[in-house]
Design a protein around this ligand. Sequence first.
Ligand code: AMP
Ligand code: GLY
Length: 436
Amino acid sequence: MKVLVIGSGGREHCLVWKIAQSKKVKKIFCAPGNAGISEFAECIDISPANIKELLDFARQREIDLTVVGPEAPLTQGIVDEFENCGLKIFGPCKQAAQLESSKIFAKNLMRKYNIPTADFEGFDDYEKAIAYLQNLNFPCVVKADGLAAGKGVIVIHNKEEGKNAICKMMQEKIFGAAGEKIVIEEFLSGEEASIIAFSDGKTVLPLPSSQDHKQIYEGDKGANTGGMGAYSPALFVNEQRFNFAKEKILQRIIQGLQKEGINYKGIIYAGIMIDGNDVRVLEFNVRFGDPEAQVILPRLNNDLVEIFLAVIDNRLEEIKLKLSFQSAICVVLASKGYPGKYEKGKEIFGLDKIKDALVFHAGTKYQPVTSHQSPVTSKKIITNGGRVLGIMALGDGLEEAIDKVYREVNEVNFEGMQYRRDIGEKALSRKLQVAG
Ligand code: AMP
Ligand code: GLY
């Protein structure tokens, strides 16, 4: 088979790495890919936003399966367009992808189908949103309705902060059109986890739990990012909580969508907040998490392409997951300035020294190096994004995985490199508390 993967992040590097292990696959293309991906796949210079060009490419090269990494092309309807041309593609259709592209759509569905989530109100009118602040209990959360790369959430502690947040989103439009509508919702406290599942519209097959670390600084401080590191399994998601998420959240939303006439095929991701017995949805995403994919897929011993095909052909019920008992952890190395304006073009050193971990590239690219001394052109890897690399290690237990990953992280450097030194630490201290 010839497979096309769309995207250029650590998640897509991990997908390409896993797809390359499939016996069914002869050739992988990736649009646009990155330096790491180019070791497994031929990188094609087409933007994930350019659906027409992707479609032309898939037809010309007779691609057998297309796998979409990021949410943007899904919400723009890439799946519908490929399917209309008779091409196999893994991911939800445009209508289904609204689950991520509109928080108001997702929240209304949750309300309708009795899926536990924070109490909320949606607004498309600035004055009404401001008036709503009068009777609120704080803290609360103001969210942009549309896509904002995980950054469109502001926690407010009083009316003044609320007014500022609403003004920034609806009038100053700091998130562009994504903030023209907003959700104001109850603040939830507790521990966050990600539950990611395959769905063919009928069967829901969850992968192991994981936990992301969204804030830029240690101790969960600072601005929200796309994710600074993750581990799997998240042991506080015990069997009871996991089953709750499967039955009362994932199955209900897929069945709810079905009742609305929407057949959900692809990955469904529930970001949940757990507070004792209270498990509630923070958000739905319509694709693998990044960096969650980088700790889940290395624990999956199935042929991933077989699962993708089973989803597309409506026979997911036939698949039994084969999962590793090891723990996986991924630490993200980011550029100076991220998640704000960040630097690019810094040479990355030390990747060849990593022996006991996998490196998933995100914002990286090759740069040719020409020298007067040698006629042979060599190349170096430079930074080319906010999140640059994810270093992933497996271990017998989280503690071993953490030791391993940070030993390997020490080998890598580039100017301005920043990362969190506490990925997985909260889980370890929780374990100690339980043991003590
Ligand atoms: P979202 O894009 O809705 O997932 O939000 C991004 C992040 O904001 C979540 O992962 C949480 O850390 C935080 N967040 C979102 N909604 C809430 C809420 N209702 N209460 C507390 N934190 C929230
Ligand atoms: N890591 C969070 C996300 O992928 O949305």
